[in-house]
Design a protein around this ligand. Structure first.
Ligand code: DC
Length: 227
């Protein structure tokens, strides 16, 4: 475990392999992995349960004071999410929560509501944080900023396999359609759209397998941080 305090931002479109890689790299470096998508999914989950339109900014904003989100990082590196005390770690991964998360994440009040929680984690721990706006908004002073991407078709193939393994299968065509729709929504919203920071390191993950990508990121981070 490194004694040095540092932060790594990993942004990129959905299904680029951010979470799997960030989690493995964090374990190797002995630092905390923060999946910020899970936080937006947790808000999406609450909005879904309340049967509120996730695009209705006013209605969603009115729900925010009722929401208490907690995160726990277990020994196994798994990030458990709690919504008003209920463990929603599995529920937030249901396919319908993806679009809800994407829709609520476009609402500026939602982003402001979650900003301090994310920054606080990086202040108190060395972190690898993955999301869409980590390098541009949440941690603009991160020690390393990585933008991880891959073609939509490759990402859809990987996500289809992942959903199958989780026991929540979905046809490839549907997964691809969802990924393309989310790419568009996440990168065209007005507040904190998905884009690399000027000093992000661009990493194409489409032509590498998991081990190659992991080693590549580890070397990159160690070089930049000076570990
Ligand atoms: O990474 P994910 O697929 O679990 O994220 C779910 C949604 O949350 C995604 O469509 C966009 C949004 N999100 C965001 O706007 N900003 C982040 N930092 C992380 C996720």
């Amino acid at each position: 475990m490194s004694k040095k305090h540092f932060s790594v931002a990993i942004d990129g479109p959905s299904g680029a392999g951010k979470s799997t890689l960030a989690k493995a790299v964090a374990a190797e470096l002995g630092i905390v992995y923060v999946d910020t998508g899970a936080i937006y999914r947790t808000i999406g989950c609450y909005v879904y349960d309340k049967q509120v339109d996730p695009k209705d900014a006013e209605a969603v904003t009115a729900l925010l004071p009722e929401i208490k989100i907690e995160m726990q990082h277990g020994e196994d590196g798994l990030q458990r999410m709690f919504l008003n005390g209920e463990d929603v770690t599995t529920k937030i991964r249901l396919p319908q929560m993806s679009m809800y998360a994407s829709a609520v994440s476009a609402i500026p009040q939602v982003r402001t509501f979650l900003l301090e929680m994310q920054r606080e984690l990086a202040r108190t721990h060395s972190v690898i944080m993955d999301g869409r706006d980590i390098a541009t908004v949440v941690l603009p002073d991160a020690d390393v900023k990585i933008f991880l991407y891959a073609d939509a078709e490759i990402r859809a193939q990987r996500r289809t396999l992942e959903l199958e393994q989780r026991g929540t299968p979905q046809p490839y065509e549907e997964v691809l359609r969802d990924i393309e729709a989310r790419d568009w929504a996440d990168s065209h919203r007005e507040t904190a759209p998905l884009r690399p920071a000027d000093d992000s390191i661009m990493v194409d993950n489409g032509d590498k397998d998991f081990e190659q990508s992991k080693q590549f990121l580890l070397t990159l981070i160690k070089d930049w941080v000076g570990l």
